[in-house]
Design a protein around this ligand. Sequence first.
Ligand SMILES: Nc1nc2c(ncn2[C@@H]2O[C@H](COP(=O)(O)OP(=O)(O)OP(=O)(O)O)[C@@H](O)[C@H]2O)c(=O)[nH]1
Length: 358
Amino acid sequence: MNNEAPGNRFHGLLGNLGKLTSIRDTELVEQSLLRTLGPLLGVLDTELYRLDESQTVVRVIYSHRSKVVDSDGGARLVERIEEITNPGDLPAEVVALTDNVRLLRRPCTRRQGDQVLIAYPLVGDGDVHGYFLFKRDREVSPNEDTVIRGVLEVFSNYYALLDVSMRDRLTGLFNRQALENSFERLWTAVGRPTSVSAEDDTPGRRGLPSHSYWLAVIDVDHFKRINDTYGHMVGDEILLLVARLMTSIFRSTDLLYRYGGEEFVAIINAETAEIAHNIFERVRLGIAAHHFPRIDSLAVSIGYAAIAPNLLPVEVLSRADRSLYQAKQDGRNRIYDYQELVDTGVFKDVDYAEPEFF
Ligand SMILES: Nc1nc2c(ncn2[C@@H]2O[C@H](COP(=O)(O)OP(=O)(O)OP(=O)(O)O)[C@@H](O)[C@H]2O)c(=O)[nH]1
């Protein structure tokens, strides 16, 4: 561990665990874990790997601390947290080490020159759902091992509790609360325009940023009839199947929420409106082609809008929702893009700077 007196370290650890369990957001809890363990182990870099159900790494969170010398000559530690969703090829030594951790369900180490790469499993419900990794010049002592295991256990239990509170009970998708909680962070990450489409001569489009993230509201058509005809139990089963189908059609990096009764929200990454449209069309067709119990067929209507950095989340939601409403008005079982509805004169364009509700 580091050179602090044991009493101070113990208080520091308790304080950090207190902070960790006071956070109400799963991603911030993950960051807080790295902030707690890095200083405790005397290392500047720590990493957290998250796995999906098929044990594939889907997210990596890196915490880097570096010394910065101020103009007055004083040194301080600056921390940078980076998150990669859908990481590509992981370094071979990480794959080899974490394979062992997963199979043995216990910490493993791997020597790299004068350094040791150390990995701990994150265990919950009997499954390994991630790894905590760090590298340093020596192995973990028995005392350190006890502390790391204890902190990881608190983290895993608390994470599981938080995760449950962010999930819809019926479908297991994220719930409306989770969407609202993550809006701010989501916007910082996804709201940046990727480029400015200066060559695009489409009227009204020149100079507009081309977006890479899209928010869709997806609503089951005539769902009330299903409930009225077959009862709520069948209705519930169909909602669950719709959620499972959508989860299998969207990519694992797309975000899917149950927003209300038979209404879902998806946030996806796509380079153009056309690609986004094709993805939503795949969802619509996938649901239309599925054989649901009792009912002959099921349709969904979808309204979507680009996530522009100069719009509030509520404005993007409102645009997608208005487009959905239009799709319902025009006969259901269709997909409308807000911008398309503006360009074709169905909607009056709304000034980006002025929210339409106030
Ligand atoms: N089974 C079940 N039904 C739900 C749930 N939440 C909401 N509903 C029902 O979903 C139905 C939604 O009805 P409406 O809003 O009229 O929409 P709709 O019948 O799908 O019609 P359109 O959206 O206009 O195509 C209502 O009957 C709600 O009671 C749920 O969790 N389970």
